[in-house]
Write a protein that binds this ligand. Structure first.
Ligand code: PHE
Ligand code: ZN
Length: 849
């Protein structure tokens, strides 16, 4: 018998929990295939409830026994949970269940990874551990006993006792079940400590498998910096005597903020100079900070329900981006964030998976850990801060923390603190949370008798279920430059509230050149008629680093579009302007490296589509290659100069200075390798003593068609290191000519080191293919077929990772009918797979439309 189609859950259907939990005691008797979980839960009727029905979530559990107030009961059990008749007064519920961690390949609930027990409970994984009201508005105090034969046994909070074969933990802070964690295994610690500003001594550990001890130092420094930063900037102190991080090899996401026991994908915490790149180090620093910051924004104040996910995620992403901006370069961080936002969130917002930052319904919540909830959610915080100002933002946050500490909150609670502090009415701003789609902001200009006027018009395209959209409040940061390059109007934030609105500036001697949407002050698509001369001018003169970079990007894009639609030659204005930037030693090398980047293939596909063309992935790739070749020739002597001047000779450190220098030198190497056939790259490869230099060199060699020896040498050198071998899988695929990418990926799926059990390896291989659009969308259809084949194989093992990767198909409607037909056939083939998971069914169904 087939189960009924899974039903969506709606935000508007929220009702408070019928019963609250005062305390929960858990005992785990660990065994790989037959772990017993004993629970004792103190329930109390919720005075605010509208129902007295007693229901506990529970999935894939074998119920051994259940008792209420000590008396055995026979509850009604379904695949979703358990119901029973309960007293109309506080009562104790006890259950014993059996679960199978070893057989748990979905990596949700209690599972095993390389012989180690580990949990993942967000969003709804706790119900795979025992029967419980698995919803974030039920917060309780957890006491945990672990029995097993592993040397290290960890849970949330503080250790309260241990002996041969057991350990006990108590977490004094009430928490929802999704923040529960347990880890047990043969682990070693990299220890350290931190003193909070009020004098609390906190023991810190990063727990790893034996052999990985030398990969923890950087993560630990990042943790201590995060703790100090949150005290200094947000006034938030840590609230336990112990903070543990555990590195796990098999993990669906980046990391998880379980109270006092953060669990990390090992790729997001382990690093050494030899094995991790500068980009890896930066990401590790940001993720360690992100999870730590959740202790206040997520744990002390959590979400009422999963529709409010952006309450913790948007805010915490915003906080970690502030942290990185403070520690490193604020402009470089902002530019990188916007590149990522456009690549992932704009793409999502513009296709069949578009949804509001606060969705109103879902079938599988795991499918809503999206760029929209996270990255656009963070942009909304940034806009709010820009609108109310730094002082009011700080005041509002202080009020948020005092008013809501210990609560499970909503976006309404969040906006209310801003309204209370500023007296502003934020109801129009709230549309940013409820309306999907990226607004298009059109601007035109007028200059008359010293008065310069900007006419704006905003429009948000319809999205599924949201046809007409009301105008949003858009903060538009604007500055004006005079034709000689001076700034005649420093940045001013215009608040647009109407569908059409004009803003004037008086007393100008000449028509100014506007710099609009400085610092990317709102997540919108700016549409403005501009000339290459003006773009080059802004690239040279804008005082706003973001718009300076944006001007160079726009220049490159315009040139590429002309190459593709008019058969134009590479744009001399671009080559000229970019040469000037590359040579300008007053500019941060990291900024110059970013400026030397080109629009992505996906970016160009969308730009072509928006301009009324059907994008041809191969033609896009060809245009980029032509431009790269031409640029390598035009900038050859500059590249030589940069390559030699920006070599780092000091011992490796992943700090901003060295990182920027390496980024610029390696951008130069990429140009030079198009001229010298890879001679310099080979020399760099041979001499490299760190992964940044080694990987950059190998990448250039592959690009130059001279990488075979390095490919072999790399494998031989690193075959013992899973994280480095992930890079080996990825780079071969992304640096292959498009007509061979699917074939290379397919061959790699048959490599003995390929496995469906490890999400990192799956992403390193199939994810890599989708990151190379010309290869993935190759006319043969081989890329589509391979991905669909592998998703069908992965789904029964790991629905979450399968579903996430389906988004590779989300842009399918922009391509030609033949490609659309091939993709539709693959989507239908996936959908027709028997027993397809709820996760994948929802995703593919939404994409297919
Ligand atoms: N809450 C985690 C984070 O962003 C992400 C996550 C979600 C991890 C679901 C695992 C499962 O910090
Ligand atoms: Zn998070």
């Amino acid at each position: 018998m087939k189960d009924a189609a899974p039903q969506p859950v709606y935000l508007e259907d929220y009702t408070p929990p019928a019963y609250l939990v005062d305390a929960v005691h858990l005992t785990f008797r660990l065994a790989p295939n037959t772990t017993r979980v004993l629970s004792r839960i103190e329930f109390r009727p919720n005075p605010d409830a509208t129902s007295r029905d007693f229901f506990l979530h529970g999935e894939a559990l074998t119920l051994i026994s259940a008792r209420i107030n000590g008396a055995e009961i026979i509850p009604e059990v379904t695949p979703q949970g358990l119901s029973a008749i309960v007293p109309d007064a506080p009562f104790t519920f006890e259950a014993e269940v059996e679960i199978n961690p070893e057989g748990n390949t979905a990596l949700e609930g209690l599972y095993m990874s390389n012989g180690m027990y580990c949990t993942q409970c967000e969003a709804e994984g706790f119900r795979k551990i025992t029967y419980y009201p698995d919803r974030p508005d039920v917060m309780s105090i957890f006491t945990v006993r672990i029995e097993g034969d592993t040397p290290v046994m960890l849970s949330n909070g503080n250790p309260t006792g241990s002996g041969a074969g057991w350990a006990e933990w108590h977490d004094p802070w009430p928490k929802p079940a999704y923040l529960f964690a347990l880890v047990a295994g043969d682990l070693v610690a990299h220890p350290d400590s931190f003193s909070t500003r009020s004098g609390r001594h906190v023991d810190l550990n990063i727990w790893v498998r034996p052999g990985d001890e030398d990969k923890c130092a950087f993560g630990m420094e990042a943790l201590k910096k995060s703790m100090a930063w949150d005290e200094e900037v947000y006034g938030r102190e840590y609230d336990l005597d112990l903070f543990n991080i555990v590195a796990v090899d098999d993990f669906n996401m980046g990391a998880m903020e379980n109270k006092g026991l953060n669990i990390f994908n090992s790729s997001c915490v382990l690093s050494t100079a030899e094995t991790a790149t500068d980009a890896n180090f930066e990401r590790i620093e940001a993720i360690v900070a992100h999870e730590y910051f959740h202790n206040w924004t997520g744990n002390r104040i959590t979400c009422r329900d999963w529709f409010q996910l952006c309450l913790k995620e948007g805010l915490t992403v915003y906080r970690d981006s502030q942290f990185t901006a403070d520690l490193r370069s604020a402009p470089v961080k902002r530019i990188s964030d916007v590149i990522a936002l456009r690549a992932r969130q704009f793409r999502e917002d513009n296709g069949p998976l578009a949804h509001p930052v606060r969705p109103e319904s879902f079938i599988e919540i795991n499918n809503f850990y999206t760029a929209t909830v996270y990255e656009k959610g963070a942009e909304l915080i940034g806009m709010l801060k820009r609108l109310v100002g730094d002082a009011a933002y700080k005041e509002a946050l202080d009020l948020y923390f005092t008013r809501h500490d210990g609560q499970a909150c909503t976006i309404e609670d969040w906006l209310q603190v801003f309204e209370d502090v500023t007296g502003r009415d934020l109801s129009q701003f709230k549309r940013w949370y409820s309306d999907a789609g990226t607004p298009r902001l059109h601007v035109s200009e007028e200059f008359n008798n010293g008065r310069y006027t900007l006419h704006f018009e905003q429009k948000t395209p319809p999205t599924l279920g949201q046809e007409d959209k009301q105008p949003r409040l858009i903060p538009i940061a604007v500055g004006l430059l005079s034709p000689n390059g001076d700034e005649v109007q420093p940045t001013q934030v215009l608040e647009m509230t109407e569908a059409r609105q004009s803003f004037s500036f008086d007393g100008l001697a000449t028509r100014p050149i506007p710099s609009i949407l400085r610092d990317f002050s709102a997540p919108v698509i700016l549409e403005r008629e501009s000339s290459n001369a003006e773009r080059a001018f802004l690239l040279a003169h804008d005082t706003d680093p973001f718009n300076k970079w944006e001007a160079g990007r726009a220049l490159a894009r315009a040139g590429l579009l002309a190459m593709m639609t008019e058969g134009a030659a590479p744009d001399a204005a671009y080559l000229d302007a970019i040469a000037r930037v590359a040579r300008d030693d007053t500019l941060d090398p990291a900024f110059r490296a970013l400026a030397l980047g080109l629009p992505s293939e996906d970016d160009l596909a969308q730009a072509l589509f928006d301009a009324g063309h059907i994008p041809d992935p191969q033609a896009i790739w060809d245009a980029l290659e032509t431009l790269r070749d031409t640029r390598a020739e035009a900038l050859e002597s500059i590249a030589q100069d940069l390559y030699s001047r920006y070599q780092v000779t000091a011992p490796y450190r992943p700090d901003p200075d060295q990182t920027g220098a390496r980024a610029l030198a390696n951008a130069a190497l990429a140009m030079l390798s198009r001229r010298d056939g890879g001679t310099r790259a080979q020399a760099q490869y041979d001499a490299a003593d760190n992964m940044t230099q080694q990987l950059a060199a190998w990448s250039c060699l592959l690009q130059a068609g001279a990488g075979a020896a390095a490919t072999e040498a790399f494998y031989t050198q690193w075959k013992h290191d899973r994280l480095v071998i992930d890079k080996w899988f990825t780079l071969q695929i992304v640096q292959t000519a498009p007509d061979r990418a699917a074939e290379v990926a397919e061959t790699l799926t048959r490599h003995p080191d390929f496995t469906l059990r490890n999400p990192n390896r799956f992403r390193a291989t199939l994810g890599a293919l989708t990151m190379s659009p010309a290869g993935f969308h190759h006319a043969s259809g081989r890329g589509y077929r391979l991905l669909a084949d592998m998703l069908i194989r992965l789904d029964p093992l790991n629905p979450q990772t399968t579903a996430r990767m389906c988004s590779a198909f989300e842009t399918w409607r922009r391509y030609d009918p033949v490609r659309q037909g091939m993709i539709a056939a693959e989507l239908d083939r996936i959908l027709a797979t028997p027993n397809l998971s709820r996760d994948t069914t929802e995703m593919v169904g939404r994409i297919r439309g």
